[in-house]
Design a protein around this ligand. Structure first.
Ligand code: CMX
Length: 426
């Protein structure tokens, strides 16, 4: 039996017991107080969800199964998926087995390409990705298992099978979308000898034979893998999957959330902002000019993309990792230089502006500069790269949720009148 399933079979009963014990012994204890400003403020800070794949500490950033993300930057995405799922990094044999499992499932059915090729030319690449994923729903192993009467304690097994199929096909689908949507020529076939991230880099057809580009892609895919359970994409996926809609429906729903400009789409907005400044000043402007541009953006009611975060209150370590990579390999790059200048200036501008609770850069402030350096100038595609990576987190969270036999998600909503009654003197 593959090590991934063996570990899960051993650990799932232990994790279940842990949760059962908590409910039985402490089920009626309060863990979070909810203020009216939170009810009206996107539930910010309300602790009402469980997610064990990763945690975002406001002062530390992403921690994957107890390991800070900056300690995982030399790992490859398959290792990260294994870690997200099990809480352990795979040894060499377990990694090889997972890669073999991916390879066995990686063939993209022809009908997916037919669907993509029939879409209007100006479709957003995220809409294309979602439609490709939804078109494969008919293959869901979970749905087949559910319809044949498989019991709740075993739902996770077919959900894991769906996750492996989806993840194994995703790089080829995403690379195919890039080549089709942006007229890059025929699709490049998958190379079964390459790893997941290396294959993705290869199939995109940019910087062929450039091992640094493949390393950048692996790093990108590792850094974006998961960001606990309450962000829009993870939470949406979680809610949809809790209705026992299979992973094709749930991941596609989550990715629709990722496609919003306040979430994953910010990476395309961010590079646009950087290039717009470069264009306006015919190069990197001086600090005072950058400050003025930033203030003008804020005064016109727009956000400075790539800055701020709902949870983080420090520079996102993922931004740090991407910038360090860029500085190591192409520090003379103009876009990267401006990204670094913005990092010196924007936080003070946002502090002075006084609205954003977190003036520091998030992951999106840096990622576009690296992609652009390698000739990927199609900003609209950037969120697809984010999506390929984040699917690991959404899949891992869903498998664990099904393994924990979590019920359908259904928080209580209230009317304004109820809120007013809570604060009235009578
Ligand atoms: N530029 C300008 N204003 C900003 C800002 C920024 N970068 N970040 C926050 N603010 C503003 C908010 O718009 C809000 O203003 P209003 O009160 O007028 O609505 C105010 O500051 C308070 O917001 P907050 O509590 O600090 O931030 P939120 O938790 O509400 O929102 C986020 C978080 C990321 C949506 C926000 O910081 C933002 O819009 N940033 C720019 C877009 C971006 O980079 N998104 C990517 C996030 C990473 C990801 O999830 O993918």
């Amino acid at each position: 039996m593959p090590r991934l399933r063996k570990i899960l079979r051993e650990k799932i009963p232990v994790w279940r017991d842990e949760l059962r014990e908590l409910v039985v012994e402490h089920g009626d204890k309060a863990v979070s107080e909810v203020k009216i400003q939170q009810v009206l403020g996107g539930l910010r800070g309300v602790k009402g969800l469980i997610c064990n794949t990763s945690l975002v500490e406001p002062d530390k950033g992403l921690i994957v199964r107890g390991i800070p993300i900056l300690e995982l930057t030399d790992r490859i995405p398959e290792e990260i998926f294994f870690l997200l799922m099990t809480g352990e990094l795979p040894d060499e044999a377990a990694l090889a087995k997972l890669q073999e499992e991916y390879n066995e499932r990686a063939e993209v059915p022809a009908y997916v390409w037919n669907v993509l090729e029939s879409m209007p030319k100006n479709s957003h690449p995220m809409a294309m990705l979602n439609l490709a994923i939804l078109s494969m729903q008919r293959e869901s192993r979970f749905k087949i298992a559910y319809d044949s009467g498989v019991k709740k304690p075993n739902y996770w097994e077919s959900t894991l099978e769906d996750a492996l199929i989806l993840l194994s096909r995703l790089p080829e689908i995403a690379a195919g979308i890039y080549r089709l949507r942006f007229d890059k020529g025929p699709r490049i076939p998958r190379n079964p000898r390459l790893d997941w991230g290396g294959n993705f880099a290869h199939m995109l057809g940019l910087s062929e034979n450039d091992s640094v580009f493949a390393d950048m892609m692996r790093l990108y895919l590792v850094l974006h893998c998961d960001h606990e359970g309450g962000n829009v994409s993870a939470f949406t996926c979680h809610v949809v999957n809790s209705a026992l809609s299979d992973l094709y429906y749930s991941v596609s729903a989550g990715l629709s959330g990722l496609a919003g400009p306040l979430h994953g789409l910010a990476n395309q907005e961010c590079l646009k902002f950087v290039l717009w400044i470069l264009d306006r000043f015919s190069g990197v402007p001086d600090d005072e000019q950058i400050r003025e541009e930033c203030f003008e953006t804020l005064q016109s009611g727009r956000v400075i993309p790539g800055y701020g975060h709902a949870v983080l209150r420090v520079t996102d370590p993922r931004f740090t990792a991407l910038c360090e990579f860029g500085m190591k390999h192409f520090k003379e790059d103009e876009v990267l230089q401006l990204v670094n200048r913005l990092f010196q200036i924007v936080p003070d501008v946002l502090k002075e502006h006084g609205k954003a609770k977190n003036p520091w850069p998030n992951v999106d402030a840096g990622s576009g500069a690296l992609l652009y350096h390698y000739g990927m100038s199609e900003f609209e595609y950037y969120t697809v790269l984010f999506a390929v990576s984040r699917t690991m987190g959404m899949c891992a969270q869903a498998v664990i949720s099904r393994a924990m036999m979590e019920p359908i998600t259904r928080p209580k909503s209230v009317e304004t009148g109820w809120l007013k009654a809570q604060v009235s003197d009578k």
